[in-house]
Design a protein around this ligand. Structure first.
Ligand code: ZN
Length: 233
C-alpha cells in the first residue's frame, strides 16, 4: 500500500519515494504526494526525478494501488524525487474548499443536498438536489458564501471513527448512503465552526485563500437537479 502524503499535508510540493511496482507506462511508489483522480477532483501532474533523468507524470489514478502514468519508467527499487505541478494543484485546492463552503451555504439557505461536483482550476461545478434557484437565490448564495471567505475561517482536516462522523455530519449536506461498510474511519474536512464533510480531497488551510466566489450560471439537469458553475476571482 502506498502512503498517501497529501492526506496529511495538502501543501507538500515535493517528496522522496521508492518504486515498488512498474508496468509499461506506470509506476507505483511506496509513498506519494500526487493526488489521484477521484471525488470530483482531477489528478495531479508533475514529474519524477531519478538517476539524473526527468520523467513527466501525466496522470495519477487509483486502481487498487495509486498508479502514476509516466513517460519514462524507472525500475523497481529506484529512489525517485516527485514534484507536483503546484499552481494547478493549488488552484484545485482553493476550488475544492470553495465547493465545501458553497455546498454548506446552499444547505443552510435552501435546504439543498450536494449530489455531485467537478473541480477544475478555472471553473468548477456543483450539482444540487432538490434545486429550483431563482436569479435572486443565486445572488444570495454568492453573497453569503463571500461573507464567510471574508471572515477567514480556518479549515481543519482530521479523522473520526465512522459512527461518530455519521452523528456529526448533517445528512442533508452530503450523501453518505453509498459509503462502503468497510470504511471504519472517515477523513473529515471542517470549515471551523460551520461545515463538516467527509472528503479525501486536498484543501486550503483558511478561507482567506479563496478570494471571492463568483457564480457564473445555473444549468437544469432534470428531475429537480440543478448545477451551478463558479469561479474564483
Ligand atoms: Zn473536499
Amino acid at each position: 500500500m502506498t502512503e498517501l502524503l497529501h492526506m496529511k499535508d495538502c501543501y507538500l510540493k515535493e517528496f522522496n519515494a521508492n518504486v515498488i511496482r512498474t508496468g509499461d507506462d506506470f509506476v507505483v511508489l511506496d509513498r506519494t504526494a500526487f493526488y489521484p483522480e477521484g471525488g470530483g477532483q482531477e489528478s495531479d501532474t508533475g514529474y519524477l526525478e531519478f538517476n539524473g533523468q526527468k520523467s513527466v507524470v501525466t496522470k495519477v489514478e487509483k486502481k487498487g494501488d495509486v498508479v502514476h502514468r509516466v513517460e519514462k519508467v524507472p525500475s523497481v527499487g529506484t529512489e525517485v524525487k516527485g514534484y507536483i505541478d503546484w499552481d494547478k494543484r493549488y488552484a484545485r485546492m482553493r476550488m475544492h474548499t470553495a465547493q465545501h463552503l458553497v455546498s454548506w451555504v446552499a444547505m443552510k439557505l435552501f435546504g439543498l443536498t450536494t449530489v455531485g461536483n467537478q473541480i477544475h482550476g478555472d471553473k468548477s461545478r456543483i450539482d444540487f438536489y432538490p434545486a429550483h434557484f431563482s436569479e435572486e437565490d443565486l445572488k444570495k448564495l454568492e453573497e453569503e458564501s463571500n461573507n464567510f471567505t471574508d471572515k477567514g475561517l480556518e479549515v481543519r482536516i482530521y479523522e473520526l471513527p465512522r459512527e461518530e462522523a455519521l452523528k456529526k455530519v448533517d445528512q442533508k449536506r452530503c450523501d453518505l448512503s453509498r459509503l462502503p461498510s468497510s470504511v471504519k474511519k472517515l477523513r473529515i474536512v471542517e470549515i471551523n465552526g460551520i461545515d463538516l464533510c467527509p472528503c479525501a480531497g486536498t484543501h486550503v488551510k483558511n478561507l482567506k485563500e479563496l478570494g471571492k466566489i463568483r457564480i457564473l450560471e445555473k444549468i437544469n439537469k432534470g428531475k429537480n437537479k440543478q448545477r451551478i458553475v463558479y469561479e474564483l476571482i
